[in-house]
Design a protein around this ligand. Structure first.
Ligand code: MG
Length: 471
């Protein structure tokens, strides 16, 4: 019998604000950070998890992680693994911690870190990467692993089971297919708001040469800047001369590209406002960006405003631009309402704003039922490592569709992970295959020693003020 005996947390911060990486209309000064946890046992088995923040406040999340992780100390791992849905309910049900949520804010993202660590431990104990652990589940086991509380008006366990059984027959074939071709990705690293036009042009050309065909640009600070940058990006991605050698342009009319406003080479542009507008302003501003032909506007307004998103979506129908959101949707109930209100064309789950894999599975099941594609949020630090697992689960076991979906990829900070994600020559995520990598989120001990805040070797003696002076 293996028991959970304790936990460690680390407040790890990377000084990304010095380079303008990660800048958008709302978040102008980000130090990508990880509130990291290791769940320890009385054996060699360890479970790693984290949630993402952008700097200040990361220590508050670490304090909350300790409170949530305490509930698991002393528990037998096999009895937790036997019913992960029940384990999730238990983890979330602290009668006092619940008051500082419920199921939102710091306590919820801390719960995400802990639940992900438990899933990582489960996958490691079975010597499988997380996605493989879950796609090998029977439909009954997968349904049991998700949380259904408060969503049965949108999907029942019985409906979920029937959907999964229908997908059973093709699982093996889809697994082989995605291992061979990789999972479609899109690139955000070229379009940060803090970058100069020269840097945007260079990075966009590089991304096209790497095989990417979906690109995302940050908008919302200045309409004239957005139009200029959007036209600059379109002039590169729509020009066949920049495609990798011997590449045939994709057919913009192919089923995978329908409705995405793809250009002549099959390239797709998306835009992201990171919540800066009120509803009428969002409709007016995005309508004025029609000439750069985006597929969707991401986070046009406040992330909790379900009916506001529905209004924006309705308001943009005439110009053929869709709506995406979800990276700040704090729980499955927000996704339920977004789907019920027909407020989104694309659902963008976040691997650690939702409270871990068990809650993510609930959202994947709902999205599949409503026929809305899931394009997870990534970037930051560690998010790309996490989300490839979730998209593989979605494709192989749940929705069965891949080519219309795209998974965000941002090429920052992967070197800090023991089993970093990777992209193939066609601009698609490789499938994680290491049997010991669990949920792929274990960080190098040397990275923690360097970037732990405020006493790691990078931060010691610098502090926030020292960093500002240096910059
Ligand atoms: Mg975003």
């Amino acid at each position: 019998m293996v028991k959970i005996t304790g936990y460690e947390t680390h407040d790890v911060r990377f000084p990304t604000s010095l380079t303008g990486d990660g800048t958008d209309a709302m978040n102008t000064d980000c130090d990508y950070s990880s509130a990291y946890v290791a769940l320890l046992t009385d054996s060699d088995l360890v479970g790693y998890g984290m949630t993402f923040t952008i700097g200040r406040g990361n220590e508050i999340v670490c304090a909350a992680i300790k409170e949530v992780a305490k509930r698991l100390v002393g528990k037998d791992t096999e009895s937790l693994f036997a019913d992960m849905g029940k384990a999730w309910d238990y983890m979330m049900a602290d009668p006092q911690l619940r008051w500082i949520g419920p199921e939102k804010g710091v306590i919820h993202i801390a719960s995400g870190a802990v639940n992900n660590a438990l899933w990582d431990m489960y996958a490691r104990s079975r010597k499988k990467p997380l996605w493989k652990l879950i796609v090998d589940f029977t439909p009954e086991e997968l349904v049991r692993s998700a949380t259904f509380r408060y969503i049965t008006d949108a999907i029942t366990r019985e409906e979920a089971l029937a959907m999964l059984k229908e997908k059973e027959a093709g699982k093996k074939e889809r697994e082989e297919e995605v291992k061979r071709v990789g999972y479609p990705a899109y690139v955000t690293s070229a379009g940060w708001l803090g970058y100069s036009d020269e840097k945007v042009a260079r990075l966009t050309k590089e991304a096209v040469a790497q095989g990417f065909n979906h690109f995302k640009m940050k908008v919302g600070a200045s309409l004239s800047d957005d139009l200029r940058r959007g036209n600059l990006i379109r002039s590169i991605i729509d020009d066949p001369q920049f495609l990798p050698p011997n590449t045939t342009p994709r057919d913009p009319k192919s089923p995978a590209l329908q409705g995405k406003n793809a250009g002549p080479t099959g390239a797709v542009l998306m835009i992201d406002a990171n919540q800066v507008w009120d509803v009428p302003e969002a409709i007016e501003y995005v309508s004025a960006l029609q000439e750069i032909r985006p597929w969707f506007i991401e986070e046009p307004t406040a992330p909790d405003d379900v009916l506001g998103h529905a209004a924006v979506r309705k308001g943009l129908k005439g110009v053929g631009i869709g709506v995406a959101t979800g990276e700040h949707a704090h729980n499955r109930m927000v996704f339920k309402q977004l789907l019920q209100a027909e407020a989104v064309d694309v659902a963008q789950i976040d691997s650690c704003r939702l409270a871990g894999v068990s809650e993510v599975l609930a959202v994947l099941l709902m999205a599949a039922k409503f026929g809305v594609p899931v394009c997870p949020h990534a970037g930051g630090v560690g998010l790309c490592e996490y989300v490839i697992h979730l998209s593989l689960i979605d494709y192989i076991a749940i929705s069965g569709t891949m080519e219309r979906n795209v998974l965000e990829f941002v090429d920052h900070l992967h070197e800090h992970f023991v089993t970093p994600c990777s992209i193939n020559a066609q601009g698609r995520y490789n499938v994680p295959m290491n049997p010991g990598e669990g949920y792929s989120i274990e960080m190098h001990k040397s990275s923690i020693a360097e970037f732990e805040y405020p006493n790691g070797t990078y931060w010691k003696g610098r502090g926030e003020e020292g960093k500002a002076a240096e910059a």
